[in-house]
Design a protein around this ligand. Structure first.
Ligand code: ADP
Length: 271
């Protein structure tokens, strides 16, 4: 059962991503987060998620709690379709805010989502000072991992554990999802093991993202946070660490960084 504090005022952050909708409720003290596939109508999915979240938070506890939702801020690919949101904010602003809340010492955020990968540099006040983004090429994104996982008869959630012991990863050279899928099928037909292909896949994604964020790398060690849905894959986090030569932190709520940032900015009344 979810334990709630006495506070009844809440803000809501919604990250309407290309792959998954993330929702965060915040009362100035604690976050409660949910996620669902985006589906064909993000607007309907969000409306349903908000109703379910309210039931879970305020009606299923031992007593019904009086609450007020002060503001709803939205970010992500589908944010413009959410007319009930009080404000639509950029992903850079929300991911920057959310990630620096989850890891206050971080000066670089690496976010890998379904259709893009971002590097966001933040200063010691948590303000965004620079960013890089790949939203043109599928290589180095979650979608690339999803498609290649399916070509291997796997789900993305299965990828992490499978290749940890591989010493000789099979590099994947294709930059486009469709060609990568054919390359994977070709490698399987040549008898290359699934484990070696998965290890190579992780390495390719990590190398592409590491090259993209190279100019934003912090001078001191230990200040990189990895967020977005792909941060659930611990093998990619490890591969990034190896490529970057820095410790990469993955807090438990890392996939929700954008929604958390939106809820925090709503709480602060950001305009
Ligand atoms: P978006 O914001 O674009 O919708 P997300 O940040 O939610 O994207 O990330 C979606 C990606 O996360 C998927 O494409 C997939 O590769 C990855 N992913 C989702 N769930 C898992 C999981 N359980 N393990 C590993 N990777 C995952």
């Amino acid at each position: 059962m979810i334990l709630l504090s006495e506070l009844s005022k809440w803000t809501v952050g919604i990250d309407a991503g290309s792959t998954a909708i993330k929702v965060a409720f915040y009362n100035g003290q604690e976050f409660h987060c949910w996620q669902k596939p985006s589906g064909w109508s993000p607007r309907e999915v969000v409306a349903e998620m908000l109703e379910q979240a309210k039931v879970e938070l305020f009606e299923k506890s031992s007593k019904t709690i009086d609450y007020e939702i002060d503001k709803i801020y939205a970010t992500g690919y589908g944010r413009v379709s959410l007319s009930f949101a009080d404000k639509a904010l950029t992903e850079i602003a929300c991911h920057g805010k959310g990630a620096s809340y989850l890891a206050p010492s971080a000066s670089l955020i690496i976010d890998i989502g379904g259709q893009d990968a971002k590097g966001i540099a933040i200063n010691n006040k948590g303000r965004v000072v620079d960013f890089v983004m790949n939203d043109k090429c599928a290589a180095g994104t979650g979608r690339f991992l999803q498609v290649t996982a399916h070509a291997l008869g796997l789900e993305v959630a299965d990828l992490a554990g499978i290749a940890e012991a591989v010493e000789d990863p099979q590099p994947i050279n294709a930059m486009c999802t469709v060609f990568a899928e054919s390359e994977v099928i070709g490698l399987l037909n040549q008898g290359v093991s699934r484990e070696a292909i998965v290890a190579g896949l992780h390495l390719s994604v990590a190398r592409r993202v590491a090259a993209m964020v190279a100019r934003l790398l912090p001078r001191e060690k230990g200040s990189i946070i990895f967020t977005g849905g792909v941060s659930r894959n611990r093998s990619i986090a490890k591969a990034l660490e190896k490529e970057l030569g820095h410790f990469v932190l993955v807090p438990p709520k890392a996939p929700y960084a954008g929604a958390i940032g939106a809820a925090l900015l709503a709480w602060e009344g950001f305009n």
